[in-house]
Ligand binder design. Structure first.
Ligand code: MN
Ligand code: MN
Length: 319
């Protein structure tokens, strides 16, 4: 039997502003039987009870889908043709408990356990950055400890936030404590602004992470940096976690905790394309907050970065 290859609905079959919004106008696949045939699944996690300033990421998945309607199948820069070799679909949203963080985190982990059991590579539409912890917990059970490429204005390694151990700013501290990361294969890119103490970023460095502060990225292409990043994180499974606030608020204002002096959209593309060749086992794009995204540009950017992630997954054909 020929391999099933779902295709995005074309602009000549249904106007791009019409139809039901799914990621890239792909089919929405819900049944376990059909999910078994998937290679990659886009998943929404509409969580925002982990945010510390401006909320709204609960609307992220829906708006990223709405802004993804322009994306066409072929990557004209890299030659990637993801839909020629991978079976990709939108598998919907995780039904989180929006009144209870610990229950929400439990639900997310169980959802990803099931996704991974079906052999699906997850590409996640967030949601605030809390969601990466339960995803990493599920990935550990399938792949063991993973390497990590983490783009963010913030290190997200707080011990607690307002006394809570699980929130969007504690994700990677918990991940280290729970032994989910291969700490010698972790890179954080784009960190900046102020700390609670002068040593805030050194906690990451002490774990063995390579920390690339935003200033190290200013005024230049990040393609050379990505050579170093690949050398650091290669040698096992790698997860890609992209907090949209890693990018400057000039391009990505629709987020909860914006910081000036960030990466450009072009650098964001260079980072993701620079992950080509790694053993990627999933990725997320988090912290898009549509209520602060008056033009839709932040969601548009998020949608395109998720497409770029799809293009660098193992097994994608190039033309
Ligand atoms: Mn973050
Ligand atoms: Mn952040």
């Amino acid at each position: 039997m020929d391999k099933i290859l779902h295709q995005p609905l074309g602009g000549n079959e249904m106007p791009r502003f019409g139809g039901i919004a799914t990621m890239m106008r792909l089919p929405h696949i819900q049944t376990s039987e059909q999910q078994r045939e998937l290679d990659v699944g886009f998943i929404g996690v509409p969580l925002d009870i982990g945010t510390s300033l401006r909320s709204g990421t609960r609307f992220g998945p829906r708006e990223i889908r709405a802004q993804s309607v322009m994306i066409r199948p072929y990557n004209m820069a890299t030659g990637a043709a993801p839909f020629d070799s991978l079976n990709v679909a939108d598998i919907g949203d995780v039904p989180i408990n929006t009144f209870n963080m610990l229950d929400a985190v439990r639900i997310i982990e169980a959802f990803y356990d099931n996704v991974l059991e079906h052999g699906i590579i997850p590409l996640t539409l967030g949601g605030d950055h809390t969601i990466t912890l339960p995803i990493l917990r599920a990935l550990k059970k399938k792949h063991g400890k993973v390497g990590l490429v983490h783009i963010d204005a913030h290190a997200d390694v707080n011990d607690h936030m307002f006394g809570e151990k699980i929130a969007h700013g504690t994700t990677f501290r918990r991940a280290v404590e729970e032994d989910l990361l291969d700490c010698d294969r972790v890179v954080q890119i784009g960190l900046r602004a102020q700390g609670y103490t002068a040593e805030d970023f050194n906690w990451s460095r002490k774990q063995g992470f390579r920390v690339v502060q935003a200033e190290e990225c200013w005024h230049k292409s990040l393609t050379p940096l990505m050579e170093e990043v690949r050398a650091k994180v290669d040698g096992g499974p790698v997860y890609l976690s992209f907090d949209i606030d890693g990018i400057d608020p000039a391009w990505a204002p629709g987020t909860g905790t914006p910081e000036i002096g960030g990466l450009t959209t072009i650098q964001a593309i260079e980072i993701i394309r620079g992950c080509q060749g790694l053993q990627l086992i999933g990725g997320d794009l988090v912290e898009v907050s549509p209520p602060y995204d008056t033009t839709g540009n932040t969601s548009l950017l998020g949608a395109n970065l998720l497409y770029e992630m799809l293009c660098v997954l193992p097994g994608v054909q190039h033309r």
